[in-house]
Design a protein around this ligand. Structure first.
Ligand SMILES: [Zn+2]
Length: 282
């Protein structure tokens, strides 16, 4: 049996994020990565995803069978995770077969200062109430379906430069607000948006901050969130294929200009979408 929660001696387990971002640090390495995948190969033991269990950061790992053999589970580390040591445990037939402490190091995401019209920042109680309802509607979505809808690697939904990186702390009109939970990709108004991978449309909404909003469920707790769209061309519950056009970019909601905000949730953890594009997926 091989358990490979992290590299470096095996080519099948590169855990990318070549960018700075969230930390999934393996002892002694300076590279950080906000998403990790572990592969277990143990066909001779008669493994199945039923008798394989595990947890990381007290969250259950969800194993699924890989076409190339073995089982894989994905774990993400939220950008606001408190640095420290977290235990990764793998259980087979109710017996602990693997345990490792993963050190999460502090990461620096940078700082961005923005000036926005006062009425878009100093919100009335009615608007605050609306924002709360919209955020709760999103938070309810992050459940894990034991179904793998994605197939192969994730792709960027539009081509363009990243104008606001993942995790940056934001000072808006001199006041610190929530850090950036996704990436903003520069795109002209009306640019077609491609589904980064296969998925099911989980939510269509019109939000105060996010404007026209679309959420795709890719399975096993992976969700894509898109904000500021001018148009959504799919309906709720619809299955989409990677590369299929799901809408068009815009500047709806609180946007400084046309761009696509793309966020990824992995079992509720906010991770850098660039890291999932860089990750070798089955
Ligand atoms: Zn954004």
């Amino acid at each position: 049996m091989r358990i490979i929660p992290s590299p470096p001696d095996n080519s099948t387990t590169s855990l990318p994020d070549r960018r700075q971002t969230g930390p999934f640090n393996k002892g002694g390495q300076s590279k950080t990565r906000p998403i990790g995948r572990g592969i277990i190969k143990g066909g001779e033991w008669g493994f199945s995803d039923k008798n394989l269990q595990g947890s990381f950061q007290e969250k259950k790992l969800h194993f699924f069978k890989m076409e190339s053999g073995g089982y894989m589970a994905l774990a993400g580390i939220d950008m606001k995770t408190t640095p420290g040591e977290y235990t990764l445990t793998i259980i087979y037939n109710n017996k602990k077969i693997f345990e490792k402490n993963i050190k999460i190091l502090p990461a620096s995401f940078g700082l961005q200062r923005l000036t926005l019209p006062k009425e878009k920042v100093d919100l009335s109680p009615e608007i605050l109430n609306r924002v709360g309802i919209e955020q709760a509607r999103l938070a309810e979505l992050w459940t894990v379906i034991n179904e793998k809808l994605w197939n192969g690697r994730f792709i960027m939904p539009v081509n363009g430069s990243i104008t606001s990186a993942f995790g940056v702390r934001r000072i808006i009109n001199k006041e610190e607000k929530s850090p950036h939970s996704g990436i903003d990709i520069k795109a002209d108004e009306g640019t077609p948006i491609a589904a980064p991978n296969n998925g099911r449309t989980a939510l269509i909404d019109d939000q105060f901050f996010g404007g026209k909003t679309l959420v795709l469920d890719h399975g096993y707790g992976i969700y894509s969130i898109f904000h500021h769209l001018s148009k959504i061309t799919v309906s709720e519950g619809q299955l989409v294929k990677r590369g299929e056009i799901i809408g068009n970019t815009g500047a709806t909601g609180r946007a400084t200009g046309p761009n696509l905000h793309w966020g990824i949730r992995l079992q509720g953890e906010r991770i850098n979408p660039v890291s999932i594009v860089n990750l070798e997926m089955e």
